[in-house]
Ligand binder design. Structure first.
Ligand SMILES: Cc1cc2nc3c(=O)[nH]c(=O)nc-3n(C[C@H](O)[C@H](O)[C@H](O)COP(=O)(O)O)c2cc1C
Length: 352
């Protein structure tokens, strides 16, 4: 795939779509998840162009926006062709979330406002934000009410409640819906699980069956069948998260499986196609956000790309050491750094 993928429109629309989900018109239910440090502008735009029905910003600190953090505001930047795009905010109080949203909307338009009630990391939870909010349902509900005043769809992302909690996951979601939430994503891990163990699709499906059309699923989506399973369990949308770091073409391959008329060259899993798509993504990031981010994303994705063929471990080691985008280009185009290019070009399908 030599040219930048263009937003596919009809190629990525499922039969019978667009539809409105959570108040937003979308071509399909396969969406890019919020990923801190990853779903910045070029990444979002690229995955929209590869068919994601909607993209998310990474979680943005409401307090960071209020205290005029330049870096925080940069997380909001983006192009119109990435829309529909949901802004995800995190914060500890309804007042902070509302103030943060007000500032964000002076910078650019978004299609939905979402609150992160799912992040389990201590630097977020110790401030009372992220999954800590699952212990404070009244404040979480107040956030939904406060965001309603902006006239945009209001969403939340939560995890499943731990066993023995006063409220079940469904009770917590019901409180959010009563307060005006239009859509809630449920990640099938408890906060204590962080990213370990497996996400419970049963738990997500149970909530989805209670609130038809109102629940999105998240957790362990690595293959088209995973997305299909969440949809079959009643989820109205499913988030692609770590899966797109392992397979850059996961979203179009999933859409193809679901019946969208996606062209074949958006679906290939060959190392050459994956290297090609990673090159395109990296070049876009290099030209928009700069070399350090282009290298960071490429390095994160190399592990999955350089796997299962002779010379792969050496290429992975070399990739980890690359300091210049120019050298990453050589590695990805099989021109190699030193002798490695020959190995990259010659034996991509040879299992070891
Ligand atoms: C590096 C990384 C960053 C993440 N950042 C966010 C975030 O900013 N907001 C959020 O709600 N979830 C975040 N998540 C969680 C994902 O959106 C998703 O719910 C989770 O990874 C489960 O999906 P998966 O198992 O398919 O990866 C992050 C996950 C990872 C791995």
């Amino acid at each position: 795939m030599e040219n930048n993928p263009q937003t596919g429109g009809a190629a990525f629309a499922l039969p019978g779509w667009p539809k409105k989900i959570g108040g937003v018109a979308v071509e399909n239910p396969i969406w890019l998840a919020p990923l801190a440090g990853i779903t910045f502008s070029s990444f979002r735009r690229f995955h929209r162009a590869l068919g994601a029905g909607l993209v998310h910003t990474e979680m943005v600190s409401a307090l960071g926006l209020i205290y005029k953090g330049r870096k925080t505001k940069e997380l909001l930047y983006g192009f119109d062709d990435e829309r529909p795009c949901a802004l995800q905010l995190f914060g500890a109080s309804a007042q902070d979330i509302a103030n943060g949203a007000e500032i964000a909307l002076t910078i650019r338009g978004f299609d939905a406002l979402e609150v992160n009630m799912a992040c389990p990391m201590p630097k977020v939870t110790k401030k009372g934000a992220g999954s800590k909010l699952m212990e404070f349902p009244d404040e979480a509900a107040a956030m939904m009410r406060a965001l309603k005043s902006f006239g945009l769809p209001v969403w939340a992302k939560v995890r499943v409640m731990p066993r023995g909690s006063a409220l079940s996951t469904a009770d917590f979601c019901a409180k959010l819906f009563e307060a005006g939430a239009d859509f809630v994503f449920v990640h099938g891990r408890t906060p204590a699980q962080r990213y370990e163990g497996t996400a419970s699709r049963e738990a997500v499906g149970e909530v989805a069956s209670l609130f038809p059309g109102m629940i999105g699923g998240s957790g362990d989506c690595y293959a088209p069948e995973d997305f299909e399973d969440y949809l079959a369990r009643g989820c109205a949308a499913v988030l692609a998260a770590r899966g797109v770091l392992r397979d850059a073409l996961l979203v179009p391959r999933t859409l193809k499986r679901l019946g969208a008329p996606v062209p074949e060259d958006f679906c290939s899993q060959t190392p050459e196609a994956q290297a090609g798509i990673l090159l395109e993504l990296g070049r876009n990031i290099y030209n928009t956000e700069g070399e350090p981010l282009a290298l960071m994303i490429a390095k994160r994705m190399l592990g999955a790309l350089f796997k299962g063929f002779a010379g792969a471990p050496k290429l992975r080691r070399e990739g980890a050491m690359v300091r210049k985008w120019e050298d990453m280009e050589k590695l990805l185009t099989g021109r190699g750094l030193g002798e490695s290019g020959a190995e990259c070009g010659e034996a991509p399908n040879q299992e070891i």
